[in-house]
Write a protein that binds this ligand. Structure first.
Ligand code: CTP
Length: 429
């Protein structure tokens, strides 16, 4: 027992050393990012090849959509070979739709970058067209959309193009460039595709909002395991995906993140420090060890409410008692989040509620019972979302508000949730 607590203590103190050593390099934000690269027709289309390679160098996964006119400038085969995925060309192609349709593509992406974006694309996207794959995916997207225009300088300067640019900016698109200089047509002016290095940097910065800069966030994630004997335990179906996605989003928002995790198969997100635990009691102790530093606590873990009263020292044999049934007595586990929320100088405390019905009612009940600042409820009765899925839909409840975030990737959802938490904190002053 002593050895176990010493190990936990060692893990917790290592957190502070590691966090102090983290270097601020925005390009690490690209690691494991899903970038959907849209290529439209223009001479700069050939630079999409270099862009793809550079994204991959920084650990991003790139998939490509090309418009028909883009294929006049660079072949889909080149982009397929570089991205290592089939290139998506048509809105209604039965082959690609059956593998990954336009809505799945939009949900898959963490960022959509259109580079180069032609004047025609700007006009069509600004006026809400959805008559080809690229504009449809952009319309369906919940993730950030970045547009890197490239065209002749006179076309860029035209009032109509500038109006389209401003419309897209006002709707939340990120416009990257264009650069000024000598153009392929021999003219000089603004209209060159932004340099690849700059596109890479600006894209990575889009994942780093800085809204939690200087804050420390402690997150619990995954299931806990409650031992019955040395080889058996009671647990649940939590995959840890939602908690890990939140840890990554909080880290990208500039926070120092300590992730107290039950057993999962997931990799630790970049710059996040993970403390591994097994049981609810371990998780409780690990949280108590680090909670003094926390500005925000998010309890995503599916903590077992009860544990067997006595974990047998030896494997329980099935005929041990001469009975055909086995009775186990359970005792209640500590409520980790309540212990945090009832501290004198408590952090902003967010709980999760996995429900199968009456989401908002039960979420409000937990908000009050556990004295939380925010409860995030999701419907685990729907097996296509929640526990093991990559997508989720949630209802967020605070004392005075209730907000539904529709079905989207756990990553996109986490980014929205982190922004909401950051907004609440700055509101509280
Ligand atoms: N939680 C915790 N410690 C526990 C149990 C739960 O920190 N021992 C946290 C979870 O991480 C989550 C929230 O509390 O943030 C879930 O609340 P809880 O009441 O445990 O949910 P359920 O077990 O689903 O409750 P019920 O069975 O009443 O629906």
């Amino acid at each position: 027992m002593k050895t176990k607590y010493y190990a936990l203590f060692r893990q917790c103190s290592a957190v502070f050393t590691d966090l102090a050593m983290i270097m601020d390099n925005p390009l690490v934000n690209l690691k494991h990012r899903r970038i959907l690269l849209g290529i439209t027709g223009g001479i700069a289309a050939y630079k999409a090849a270099e862009l793809t390679r550079r994204f991959q160098d920084h650990g991003a996964d790139v998939r490509v959509i090309m418009t028909r006119s883009a294929t006049e400038f660079i072949t889909p085969l080149t982009m397929q070979a570089l991205s290592k995925h089939p290139v998506h060309l048509d809105l209604l192609n039965p082959d690609t739709e059956s593998v990954m349709g336009h809505i799945e593509l939009a949900r898959w992406a963490d960022l959509i970058l259109i580079a180069p974006a032609s004047a025609n694309f700007l006009a069509r996207f600004a006026s809400g067209h959805g008559d080809d794959l690229l504009t449809t995916v952009c319309l369906a997207a919940e993730c950030p959309v970045a547009i890197a225009p490239a065209m002749n300088q006179a076309m860029w300067a035209k009032t109509v193009t500038q109006t389209n640019r401003n419309t897209l900016l006002a709707r939340g698109a990120h416009i990257l460039g264009p650069d000024e200089g000598l153009q392929a047509c021999g003219e000089i002016g603004a209209g060159r595709l932004m340099a690849v290095d700059d596109l890479i940097l600006r894209s990575s910065e889009l994942f780093s909002t800085g809204t939690l800069q200087g804050k420390t966030v402690v997150i619990t994630a995954g299931p806990t395991r409650e031992a019955i004997d040395p080889v058996r335990f009671i647990s649940n179906h939590s995959s840890g995906k939602q908690g890990y996605a939140l840890a990554e989003a909080a880290s990208n928002a500039g926070a120092e993140v300590i992730l107290v995790s039950g057993p999962t198969h997931l990799d630790v997100p970049e710059r996040v420090h993970r403390i591994d635990v097994i049981s609810a009691i371990d998780m409780h102790d690990a949280v108590q060890n680090v909670i003094d530093r926390a500005d925000i606590f998010i309890g995503v873990a599916a903590v077992a409410d009860y544990r067997p009263k006595l974990a047998a020292n030896q494997k329980i044999k099935k005929d041990q008692n001469g009975h055909q049934s086995l009775l186990l007595e359970f005792v209640e586990n500590p409520d980790i989040i309540k212990a945090v929320a009832t501290r004198p100088n408590r952090p902003f405390t967010v709980g999760f509620a996995a429900e199968t019905q009456r989401l908002e009612t039960y979420a409000r009940q937990k908000l009050v019972d556990k004295q939380l600042d925010m409860v995030v409820a999701n419907n685990v009765g729907d097996t296509s979302i929640g526990f093991n899925a990559d997508v989720n839909a949630i209802t967020i409840v605070t004392n005075h508000t209730s907000q539904v975030l529709p079905l989207m990737s756990k990553r996109a959802l986490s980014e929205r949730l982190i922004e909401l938490i950051a907004a609440q904190i700055s509101h509280q002053g």
